[in-house]
Design a protein around this ligand. Structure first.
Ligand SMILES: Cc1cc2nc3c(=O)[nH]c(=O)nc-3n(C[C@H](O)[C@H](O)[C@H](O)COP(=O)(O)OP(=O)(O)OC[C@H]3O[C@@H](n4cnc5c(N)ncnc54)[C@H](O)[C@@H]3O)c2cc1C
Length: 118
């Protein structure tokens, strides 16, 4: 199974690690628009206060064993019917990536969350 995750922050990394934890044979690709997956946004005040002088030290995790991380790659369009995502990136210009299942981790979707409320 190939799992494609869009977003490399808290939700995306959690999903990627958990998927591998449940099934080590899953092929996981994590696409992140930014260059710093799992960067601690919550830690920014420590950088601003000078407590953490180097902002690069705010990364929760820098190694992602078993996970194919595409940094600075942007998901342009998602085609759920064909389980396919158009990715624009520095190295892979407009490539099509297919996944067996899709997990979109680009932050919360308030509209969707509201629909799910009882
Ligand atoms: C200043 C600040 C302080 C905070 N402090 C705390 C705190 O103390 N405690 C706490 O619990 N929470 C805190 N938060 C909130 C916390 O940072 C968020 O809840 C958390 O980052 C949400 O994670 P996420 O993965 O859902 O989304 P995000 O962190 O928003 O990550 C989105 C990811 O998706 C990627 N992405 C977006 N669009 C695309 C695309 N089209 N293609 C590819 N990739 C894409 C982005 O590059 C990124 O990797 C704070 C937030 C801020 C801004």
């Amino acid at each position: 199974m190939h799992l494609l995750i869009i977003g490399g922050s808290d939700a995306g990394v959690s999903a990627a690690l958990r998927a591998r934890e449940l099934d080590a044979s899953v092929e996981v690709t994590m696409v992140a628009a930014d260059d710093y997956p799992n960067f601690s946004i919550c830690g920014l005040p420590y950088f601003l206060s000078g407590e953490t002088p180097d902002w690069r030290d705010l990364a929760h995790r820098k190694e992602f064993p078993g996970i194919n991380v595409l940094r600075r790659h942007f998901a342009e369009t998602i085609d759920p019917a064909n389980k396919s995502v158009l990715i624009r990136g520095e190295w892979r210009k407009n490539s099509q990536i297919r996944s067996s299942r899709r997990r979109d981790r680009r932050g919360a979707d308030p509209a969707n969350a509201a629909r799910k409320r009882p």
